[in-house]
Design a protein around this ligand. Structure first.
Ligand code: NAD
Length: 290
């Protein structure tokens, strides 16, 4: 069993990006500038955004963090997005999800200019991705592809099972694994909360991507010997022995599943680290050529 080390691979991606930014600076070209909008004080969202801003600094990107109270109205947010869309100094815009109840996630996603949508959530980017056209690929699936590529994991002809059909992880992951690319060409089954015989389906899988948000859901008796297991889940589970009062759990029962796998991602240090690296790659792409 080999660990798919997201920390190591994301560092390699970030080192490469840092060199590219240095070259841009030497040529007096524009430095990529990412704007992150954070609404409210959700602990996990705070952590994700802080980490995105810190990574921008590490690489040499410019970044701006815009914060709003969770009482913000939809029009104010949409007006801000419009202003950022029109600002030539800004290359990438992301609005950290989830959003408060009074704000439509769909309206916000649609409002971000497709060419600045570095999260890859805009229907235009999703549509292009589905057709295999150049597009910003949603950061988490993109990060997973980078990990598969780095470890030269053969996907061609393999049977992949994706658990979870969200627009940001499971569904795009299932599409990307099925495409005619070096990290694709799988036969894919997309499972969700209404899937029957999930255990039997998983037992057939050469590759399993668990993205359902249920701590330690995937057990050893659901995984065949030699499978590749990618754990996307990040759930804070109460743990009074920890200073923070919680511990982070993935969707895979790691201790029991790992011995059966050929490759497996840990949590933390797997997909999470890769998501940020992929977001940074999208941001460089957004700035390219300016
Ligand atoms: P979501 O809640 O939007 O979707 C969950 C999906 O799981 C749904 O499609 C649902 O049908 C499916 N599901 C729920 N229970 C199921 C069951 N018993 N059997 C089969 N399918 C079931 O979740 P999401 O936004 O895709 O996130 C999933 C997990 O990944 C969460 O833990 C989230 O925190 C984590 N996440 C991690 C990263 C990262 O960078 N590592 C990025 C995004 C999300």
């Amino acid at each position: 069993m080999q660990i798919l080390d997201g920390k190591l691979v994301s560092q390699a991606v970030k080192d490469d990006l840092r060199k590219k930014v240095e070259t841009l600076k030497q040529k007096a070209l524009k430095t990529p500038h990412l704007v992150a909008i954070l609404i409210g004080t959700n602990g996990a969202s705070e952590t994700y955004v802080a980490s995105k801003v810190k990574t921008c600094e590490e690489i040499g990107f410019e970044s701006t963090l815009i914060r709003y109270e969770d009482t913000i109205d939809e029009v104010t947010l949409l007006n801000k997005i419009e202003e950022l869309n029109a600002d030539a100094a800004i290359d990438g815009i992301l609005v950290q999800l989830p959003l408060p109840k009074q704000i439509s996630e769909e309206k916000v996603i649609n409002a971000i200019a497709a060419e600045k949508d570095v999260d890859g959530f805009h229907p235009s980017n999703i549509g292009k991705m589905v057709q295999g056209q150049p597009a910003y690929i949603p950061a988490t699936p993109y990060g997973i592809l980078l990990l598969l590529e780095y470890y030269k994991i053969e996907t061609k002809g393999k049977y992949a099972v994706v658990i979870g059909r969200s627009n940001i992880v499971g569904r795009p992951m299932s599409i990307l694994l099925s495409q005619n690319t070096t990290t694709g060409n799988c036969t894919v089954t997309l499972c969700h909360s209404h899937t029957k015989n999930l255990k039997e389906i998983c037992l057939q899988a050469d590759i399993i991507v668990a993205a359902l948000g249920k701590p330690e859901f995937l057990k050893a008796d659901m995984v065949k010997e030699g499978a590749v297991v990618i754990d996307v889940g990040i759930t804070r589970v109460e743990d009074k022995t920890k200073k923070k009062g919680y511990t982070i759990k993935g969707d895979v029962d790691f201790e029991a599943v790992a011995p059966k796998c050929s490759y497996i991602t840990p949590v933390p240090g797997g997909v999470g680290a890769m998501t940020i690296a992929a977001l940074m790659k999208n941001t460089l792409l957004a700035a390219d050529g300016k």
